[in-house]
Design a protein around this ligand. Structure first.
Ligand SMILES: [Zn+2]
Length: 249
């Protein structure tokens, strides 16, 4: 069984019950954190997930609400005694910035720090992020205000796609084509973002079974969001809540 647990669901400004959007995928031997905001170790504890089992981190773009938790995560895993390597995937420029951020913390002086590998991704459609016998994750550039990648996660039980932050975008529809689940942002119709109604249109065009709305303003009414998304989309609409788990079996 593969499982996605939403560690946060809010757009850029969170509140007490909605942390910034990020989630963890558990599938087979892999545990993949997609984006890393807030205080990850606390979120893992609240979700009942062991952060030491993390194998990979994917950064979708270099906005603070998607990457600012990474230095804290790395430091805490080190202090918790982690020895296993961790791979961080992202666009090359984002990983360069991440390493500059870590250099400010002088992480080269963190003694016996576990190995961290960087996997630079090119900004092209269907770039392989992860491929093993059980899962394949592909990335494509999406339509945000800075370079950003959406994901297509091909799991043993089905396909889950993730828009990350984006305006309405053809490549998101291709990433989501015939997926079981499309996780789509619904921050609103500002530049580089998408309204719930537009997310519903994307889900309909991609032909997915279930649309999960994420990265929405935390004071939005979830019933209204779902109703908006359902205007163009006849499948199931779920408004993600913090610590909600989505199980694929
Ligand atoms: Zn963003």
């Amino acid at each position: 069984m593969s499982r996605i647990t939403f560690l946060g669901t809010a757009s850029a400004v969170p509140n007490a019950s909605h942390h910034n959007a990020h989630f963890v995928l558990e599938s087979g031997q892999r545990m993949v954190l997609v984006d890393c905001s807030g205080n990850p170790i606390v979120r893992f504890a609240e979700a009942g997930i062991d952060p030491m089992k993390l194998t990979d981190v994917i950064l979708t773009h270099f906005h603070p609400d998607h990457v600012s938790g990474l230095p804290l995560l790395l430091m805490d895993l080190w202090l918790m005694g982690r020895e296993q390597p961790l791979t961080i995937h992202g666009l090359q420029d984002d990983l360069d910035r991440m390493q500059k951020m870590m250099a400010l913390f002088e992480w080269e002086n963190w003694t016996e720090f576990f190995p961290v590998a960087f996997h630079d991704l090119v900004s092209e459609e269907n770039t392989p992020v992860l491929m093993d016998a059980e899962i394949t994750i592909l990335a494509s550039p999406v339509c945000h205000m800075i370079p950003a990648i959406g994901l297509r996660m091909e799991l043993p039980e089905g396909v889950v796609s993730y828009s990350t932050d984006t305006g309405p975008c053809e490549s998101v529809i291709r990433l989501g084509m015939d997926a079981n689940v499309l996780i789509h942002e619904a921050a609103g119709s500002a530049k580089g973002h998408t309204s719930a109604a537009e997310a519903g249109e994307a889900a309909a065009q991609a032909g997915v079974e279930t649309l999960v709305l994420i990265h929405y303003p935390p004071d939005a009414n979830p019933v209204e969001l779902a109703t908006e998304a359902g205007m163009a989309f006849s499948g199931t609409v779920v408004v993600a809540e913090d610590l909600m788990a989505l199980e694929l079996s």
